[in-house]
Write a protein of this length. Structure first.
Length: 300
């Protein structure tokens, strides 16, 4: 079957056990799409919301990558692992003797702007090489800490003496595995992540119905009806309607002067009410940032 041009966004519910890339390829084939990309990796251990962009939507996926994410994290106290999650080897075991009040006090201390060191078993690259490759090769590497923000964190359940469930709303670049490990260190008993569900990405919320099983059960045209329009990823940006003069300039990548565009960091561009891309507007100068392909524009 020949792959076709497909444009739009799917709020996919990634299952347990699949890497984000394998899940992406399975979904791409189900939609018979030429091009697709996801907007933020989920480990095989993790499930939940994995927005997948098809075709022209991939040009704008960075706007989702940069957004906040919400997770439900299940953490086991009393054990540390090499990967900070259940996929790694156990490196230490401790007796857990903490109260619920101590746990709440501990997790609240992580709220706000904090620094975090990414786990060695991650795909983050240092000097062009993924960190997990350094770990597998037994090579030492310096991992720089980076600033993240935990906007919200709360204890949902204290399931047993050694298992807790948290809700975490955090900025991009946050490793929940590292957060689990850091919580364990602060409680002086160790901890690792044993379950993770991403429930939100930017303004989008997890729809558990949009699973691989449900999508597979549909016909191709029914699957494509699940796709959201590309500009839904950019709904927080002001809208700017192009006239014929504006459109003639910007479709060729040129800037133009506008007397009606206020100073915005970025605006959504439309021509005849059709989404055409993103531009920045400064002192009346509108400059293209990302544009739709004009060859498929009339069909989107």
């Amino acid at each position: 079957m020949k792959y076709e041009e497909v444009n739009g966004v799917l709020l996919f519910n990634k299952p347990l056990g699949l890497s984000s890339n394998i899940a992406l390829q399975k979904v791409r084939r189900l939609f018979n799409a030429q091009k697709a990309g996801h907007t933020g990796t989920l480990d095989p251990l993790a499930t939940g919301l994995l927005p997948i962009c098809f075709g022209e939507a991939t040009k704008f996926s960075s706007f989702l990558l940069d957004g906040d994410k919400e997770y439900i994290a299940t953490i086991k106290l009393g054990q540390t692992t090499t990967t900070y999650d259940a996929e790694g080897e156990i490196t230490s075991t401790s007796i857990v003797s903490v109260t619920q009040n101590q746990i709440v006090e501990c997790i609240n201390s992580f709220k706000g702007n904090i620094t975090q060191i990414p786990p060695i078993y991650s795909a983050l690259k240092v000097n062009g090489k993924a960190l997990y490759q350094y770990a597998r090769d037994g090579e030492e590497v310096t991992i720089k800490s980076r600033e993240i923000c935990i906007h919200e964190i709360e204890l949902l359940e204290y399931i047993a003496l050694d298992i807790i469930k948290l809700r975490v709303l955090s900025s991009k670049g946050t490793y929940i595995r590292t957060l689990a490990n850091d919580i364990g260190q602060k409680l002086d008993c160790g901890a690792h992540l044993i379950g993770l569900v991403r429930t939100k990405s930017n303004q989008f919320e997890l729809n558990e119905k949009l699973s691989i099983e449900y999508i597979t059960s549909l016909e191709l045209e029914q699957r494509r009806q699940l796709l959201l329009p590309i500009d839904i990823m950019l709904s927080d940006m002001p809208k700017y309607e192009l006239n014929e003069h504006d459109f003639r300039y910007i479709k060729n990548g040129h800037s133009f002067i506008s007397s009606t565009c206020n100073d915005f960091e970025k605006v959504r561009l439309y021509q005849d009410s059709q989404f055409f891309g993103v531009a920045k507007c400064l002192k009346g100068l509108v400059t293209p940032v990302r544009l739709m392909n004009t060859s498929c524009y009339q069909n989107n």
